[in-house]
Design a binder for this molecule. Sequence first.
Ligand SMILES: [Fe+2]
Length: 229
Amino acid sequence: MSAHKGSLTVPIQASIDRTIDDLMVSLPDPDRLLPDERRGLIARYAAVLEGNFIYWMTAARLAVASDEAKAIIEDNLREEVRDNHPGMLRRFALAAHAAPTDSDALAVYRNLENVRLFVARLSAVKIVLMMAFFEGFITRFMPYLADLAARQGSAEREYTDVHGVVDIVHTEGLFRALEAEMMLLRPDVPEPTTSLFTGVETLQALIQNVIHPHGALVADGAESTAAAA
Ligand SMILES: [Fe+2]
């Protein structure tokens, strides 16, 4: 085996970083958000994360075959469950007066369903890559989310403090899991590089939908999810 550690995933990680950069640049200026837009952004984030993160990480665990990936993902799941991260997020949303309503759930429904349909295919490499992207985005997004909550009059910081730190470690772990799974792919039947990103793109559309509920223009001028999906 000539590939040295990390060599398979370095260009993939760079691409994920660019995708996260694009999402961060597309975030609306908090000074220009109306109170209900600010509340809605927190609420849609909570609607997507609270009930789905552990489920999608569980799907990644079911999909992978390597012992290394299994161990990394199980550690991640153990922490989510043991430290009650869904409860932590719910407290964060409640303190910001931004618990998701029916219409918040409806605003992300179609893009959320698309991610569920992707996850249902249990494609190991693609799901692990999607979750590495998810963890990486969450880490970068925490200061913005904390700022919105503060503007909502909330002093609750546990969720954003914990996820600004732990998810750096989780992202690194998931790229090691990705590497381990990619090593299992038969080298004579290479996976087309573009299709590796199916899950990332589906989740990217959902996150754009969290940020821009009505498909507002994103930073590069491309139309975002609600119009394109
Ligand atoms: Fe978490």
